[in-house]
Design a protein around this ligand. Structure first.
Ligand code: RFL
Ligand code: PHB
Length: 391
């Protein structure tokens, strides 16, 4: 098999890249290890930056998002027995976020690719990348137990943190920057109307909690838990009790409960490689970088990466040279590293660290007070949260 761009991974990065390339007349084949049903059901992110919404709309895949997505103009930081609103309309006028599930974005992108005759091969895991430092790179993949070869001009590694693309780069070419956090997140999807209109980020001595949502009848919650927590230790009743303890901390707030549809535990990690490229391999999204979800940035970074990569590839195929492709990593890493800092900062601000002494906790409280009383500090949070302009 041969195509122009071989894309490994049908997450948001790989699917959107394939679609954006198609709009520029460039062919691609997407190889995905899992089934279509699996990737469409995988519950993950929920917050889309304005810039992400704009890119999806401009690419013609925003129709259902516009209908079903929930525009939000603020978030609440809850601590010290009170809620404090970060008001986007005042701090960053004209910019907002949209709450719309990642799996809905994935469903919309798969539908658009298939409707346009795009090739997305499910249950076709890439097992090796070859010839990355030549002009004829190839992906070896498996389909129905048979090994096949996909040749291309370039390979886009969009296969997430645990994929094969990043490890295919020979030793010594990538610098890794990373940090692990001494806790994980327990995520819960529940069949119940949200108890809040806007997202609540709650700092509590028992640990962080987040109240998000997916629609009028579906709520999404996260709890800070120990890094080695086992989901078997968290029966639904224990989850609700902990959510009540961490969220029912302001007068009059009562948490509505309902059946748990899905629950799981995610480790918290910051990770970035530099450069995001080796020879004819370009890494995008979680394959190149991950952030703790407290800043809601991972999906948005994946979208920003593939937008930059599309422009660079389109210029290259149009005979404009390889300057934009050469600059791909540097261009992306400016945004990625800002988001790395923001995500680390939000995580540090809102979680409970066992290693913190009374002094550390007092400083954390002081910073929370500052962010919620100083317009300058609140604007810093708001402009990063809604997303800095796309380059
Ligand atoms: P993905 O989504 O992991 O997709 C990678 C795809 O590659 C496939 N794959 C392979 N395919 C072929 N051959 C192989 N050898 C392969 N190995 C892997 C995988 O099956 C998969 O389909 O990466 P992508 O596209 O870069 O997208 C990144 C986002 O998924 C991720 O950054 C976000 O989900 C992060 N994130 C959030 N981001 C936000 O912007 N806002 C949020 O509110 C937000 N909340 C979250 C999150 C991530 C979370 N978890 C579970 C990590 C909340 C959580 C709990
Ligand atoms: C979500 O709704 O899944 C969500 C919202 C905000 C975050 C992380 C996840 O910071």
């Amino acid at each position: 098999m041969r195509t122009q761009v071989a894309i490994v991974g049908a997450g948001p990065a790989g699917l959107l890249l394939s679609h954006l390339l198609h709009l520029r007349g460039i062919s691609s084949v997407v190889l995905e290890a899992r089934s279509r049903d699996y990737v469409e059901r995988r519950v993950r992110a929920g917050v889309l930056e304005q810039g992400t919404v704009d890119i999806l709309n401009a690419a013609g895949v925003g129709e259902r998002m516009t209908r079903e997505g929930l525009p939000h103009h603020g978030i609440e930081l809850r601590f010290g027995g009170a809620g404090h609103r970060i008001a986007f309309e005042e701090l960053v006028p004209g910019r907002a976020i949209t709450v719309y599930g990642q799996q809905e974005v994935v469903k919309d992108l798969i539908a658009a690719r298939l409707a346009a005759g795009g090739e997305v091969l499910f249950e076709a895991p890439a097992v090796a990348l070859e010839g990355l430092d030549t002009e004829h790179p190839a992906v070896i993949f498996e389909r129905d137990g048979v090994r096949e070869r996909l040749e291309a001009d370039v390979i886009a590694g969009c296969d997430g943190f645990h994929g094969v693309s990043r490890p295919a780069v020979p030793d010594g070419h990538l610098t890794v920057y990373e940090r692990e956090y001494p806790f994980a997140w327990l995520g819960v999807l529940a069949q119940v109307a949200p108890s809040t209109v806007e997202l609540i980020y709650a700092r509590n001595d028992r640990g962080f909690a987040l109240h998000s949502m997916r629609g009028p009848e579906i709520s999404r919650f996260y709890l800070q838990v120990p890094p080695d927590a086992d989901i078997a230790e968290w029966p639904d009743e224990a989850i609700w009790a902990e959510l009540r303890a961490r969220l029912e901390t302001v007068p009059g707030f009562k948490l509505a409960e309902g059946p748990v549809i899905e629950k799981g535990i995610t480790p918290m990690r910051s990770f970035v490689v530099e450069p995001m490229q080796y020879g004819r391999l370009y890494l995008a999204g979680d394959a190149a970088h991950i952030v703790p979800p407290t800043g809601a940035k991972g999906l948005n970074l994946a979208v920003a990466d593939v937008r930059v990569l599309t422009d660079a590839l389109a210029g290259w195929y149009a005979g404009e040279g390889d300057a934009a492709l050469t600059a791909y990593s540097e261009t992306c890493l400016r945004r990625v590293c800002r988001a790395q800092h923001f995500s680390w900062w939000m995580t540090t601000l809102l979680h409970t660290f066992d290693s913190d002494d009374a002094y550390g906790r007092r400083l954390q409280r002081s910073y929370l007070d500052y962010v919620t009383t100083s317009t300058a500090a609140a604007t810093t949070l708001a402009e990063n949260y809604v997303g800095l302009p796309q380059v």
